[in-house]
Design a protein around this ligand. Structure first.
Ligand SMILES: [Zn+2]
Length: 345
């Protein structure tokens, strides 16, 4: 995490101002930023899924108002609001379609309801696209002209930014990078989407746990077995901790995950040829600050060098993202800002 969470007083803000909302299954993160991305205020509130989407839309607007009032700005001075949600979604229509992480919030016109409660125009985006834009604007991609970002968590999210444009696609399914195919063999793994061989089926935290479980069930020796017998839950974090202690199975799982990610990234490099590729999300093995994290990213780079066309292999910059779970609300605000500057209202 960088120091982007530090707030500035409103008299130092450079207008116009933008609010960014990152709606997740557990929490809603909301920040108010100025035209340079400097933060004026921030809140995280529980999503309260059971209260339903209309109550959610009203609460998001209430929190934006609270933050704006708290900063001494007032809602009227928020030029535009950015709203990022999980898919599936219809971005042009501003609707949630069937968001897996928001049960019961299906087929809801969230963009217009948030806009109604805020009284401000709303830019609507996919949460992974917003995270990529956040990194592009203020994080690890701020020197880049274009980037591809992979977010490793429960699933594998993706975002592609090219010259300030987020690639959401004609049908709101652009940049679904977790579903690129890396295995067409007869034993290709089943993805959460119902198809086989997709990147997410190998490299999400869920998939890493499943691959480890299978190895343990097949009789592989590992210090993880004793930890699980002692009551520990098998998670990507536990696997990371045992890799730190050089448990051979944990090390092998992390290494294989990096190798498979590298294979997926080669396809993305050959599709986009971006300035760089960023790896973010909850499962980043301590990033550059940890031996496992350093080995993980270096193993990805090694696989890319081995498989990509020479110019791409030599030029590819592959790094960790910087903004952590703040990337989404910063990016949502940034996309609202990009819309504002393209078509001021
Ligand atoms: Zn899939």
């Amino acid at each position: 995490m960088t120091d982007t969470r530090r707030t500035i007083p409103s008299d130092q803000a450079v207008p116009p101002l933008f609010a960014g909302i990152d709606l997740g299954g557990t929490n809603i993160k909301i920040g108010l930023v100025d035209d340079r991305g400097a933060l004026l205020g921030y809140q995280s509130v529980p999503t309260e899924i059971h209260e339903g989407p209309e109550a959610g839309a009203r609460r998001m607007a209430d929190v934006v108002r609270q933050i704006a009032d708290g900063a001494g700005i007032g809602m009227a001075n928020v030029a535009r609001v950015g709203l990022a949600t999980p898919g599936t979604m219809d971005i042009p229509a501003g609707r949630l379609i069937k968001p897996v992480n928001l049960p019961g919030w299906n087929d809801f016109p969230i963009r217009d309801r948030v806009s109604h409660h805020c009284g401000r125009p709303v830019t609507y985006a996919n949460d992974a696209d917003a995270a990529a834009y956040g990194e592009f604007w203020l994080g690890a991609g701020r020197e880049m002209h274009s980037l591809v970002m992979l977010t490793l968590g429960t699933g594998v999210g993706g975002g592609i930014i090219i010259g300030d444009l987020s690639i959401a696609g004609e049908h709101s399914h652009g940049s679904e990078l977790g579903h690129i195919i890396i295995d067409i063999g007869p034993n290709a793994r089943m993805c959460g989407c119902g198809q086989t061989g997709h990147l997410e089926a190998y490299c999400s935290a869920t998939a890493v746990v499943r691959r480890t479980e299978e190895a343990l069930q097949a009789g592989r020796a590992s210090s993880l077995s004793a930890a699980i017998a002692g009551g520990a839950e098998l998670t990507a974090l536990l696997i990371d901790q045992h890799a730190e202690r050089e448990d051979p199975l944990a090390v092998e799982i992390v290494d294989e995950t990096a190798r498979l990610l590298g294979i997926g990234i080669v396809t993305l490099l050959h599709t986009v040829d971006p300035s760089g590729v960023l790896i973010g999300g909850a499962m980043t093995f301590g990033r550059e600050g940890s031996p496992v994290g350093r080995k993980f990213i270096e193993r990805i780079r090694q696989e890319v060098r081995r498989r990509a066309l020479p110019v791409v292999a030599a030029a590819a910059r592959i790094n960790y993202a910087e903004l952590g779970s703040d990337a989404g609300f910063f990016g949502a605000a940034g996309l609202a800002r990009a819309d504002f500057h393209r078509k001021p209202e």
